[in-house]
Design a protein around this ligand. Structure first.
Ligand SMILES: O=C(O)CCC(=O)C(=O)O
Ligand SMILES: [Fe+2]
Length: 294
């Protein structure tokens, strides 16, 4: 089965719609080669110092290199790239806040075997989120070309709501794409890195996003120390989690907004009064005694 590709000019709503229906979407040619060269140069010392995985899931011939916001200025551009943020915001438009979930360059080296198919939502303690509730949205930027031979990610399109996994083999396809393209996939779709039977490495920049109310897979407050965080712009910091994940989650001290706290200010965080007004689900949780039946 061939996977669908979109041009870089595609409407984020259209890409998000495809993602919702099939669990993935590939957008070609989003980052130029100068950007990818810069990122690779910034990351290389850290990649070389990263250990190979410790089990079959992480990959014994796979290196995972994180903390990209702190380590690689160019990764910040990818985190906030309008195409990525556009699709992710559309896909997760049901949540009050979207946050960065993890940043990781995944280097699949020659000899690596195929990763087990999995659904990334398993990270949330295997909680059975409803089929229509998406809690995360992922990107995988091709830092090298992704080919069938070098370990392009396998995607089993349309498997997000599928419980019976016996007859899915025919859906197996690989996200082959050129350097600078980006694969979007959500947390429910079966996927996994491919085997690398080529002579070269496959490098992908995995930048994932989640609802503001879940624990981040990569701890952004420690992965990027405050002295570096203070040099970053507000939009990036909010994406990293320096904002409340809905109301009440993540304030500091006397209900100070986390971004204000990072910058030494005292501005207050949003309260339920502000948020509930705009959230129709709030009606189930907040009411006046006079509005109760009986
Ligand atoms: O590297 C890839 O192609 C996919 C990796 C992956 O799915 C994971 O580590 O969760
Ligand atoms: Fe995964």
């Amino acid at each position: 089965m061939a996977l669908s590709h979109f041009p870089p000019s595609a409407d984020p709503a259209e890409v998000s719609d495809h993602l919702r229906r099939f669990g993935y979407a590939i957008v070609d040619g989003v980052a130029d080669s100068a950007t990818m060269d810069r990122l690779e140069a910034e990351a290389m010392p850290f990649i070389e110092a990263s250990d190979a995985g410790r089990d079959e899931y992480d990959g014994r011939y796979t290196r995972r290199t994180g903390a990209l916001v702190a380590r690689c200025p160019t990764a910040r551009e990818l985190v906030m790239h309008p195409v990525a943020v556009g699709v992710v915001s559309e896909f997760l438009s049901h949540v009050s806040a979207v946050q960065l979930h993890l940043t990781q360059i995944i280097t699949v080296e020659p000899g690596e075997t195929r990763q087990k198919l999995h659904r990334d939502e398993m990270a949330f303690d295997f909680f059975p989120f409803g089929a229509d509730y998406h809690v995360q949205c992922n990107t995988m930027w091709a830092l090298t070309d992704f080919t069938a031979e070098n370990g392009a990610t396998h995607i089993l399109a349309g498997t997000s709501g599928v419980d019976d996994e016996r007859s899915l083999r025919m859906l197996d396809a690989q996200a082959e794409m050129r350097r600078g393209s980006v694969l979007f996939y959500e947390g429910k779709v079966l996927h996994g890195a491919g085997a690398n039977t080529s002579g070269g490495v496959r490098r992908g920049v995995n930048i994932t996003y989640a609802a503001g109310w879940v624990r981040q897979e990569e701890n952004q407050y420690l992965a990027c120390p405050p002295e570096i965080a203070r040099t970053l712009n507000d939009d990036l910091l909010r994406m990293m989690g320096y904002t409340q994940g809905a109301f009440a989650l993540g304030y500091v001290g006397d209900q100070t907004d986390p971004l204000a706290a990072l910058r030494g200010g005292t501005a207050k965080a949003k309260t339920i009064g502000v948020v509930a007004e705009f959230n129709e689900n709030a009606r189930e949780f907040v009411t006046d005694i006079d509005d109760l039946g009986g």
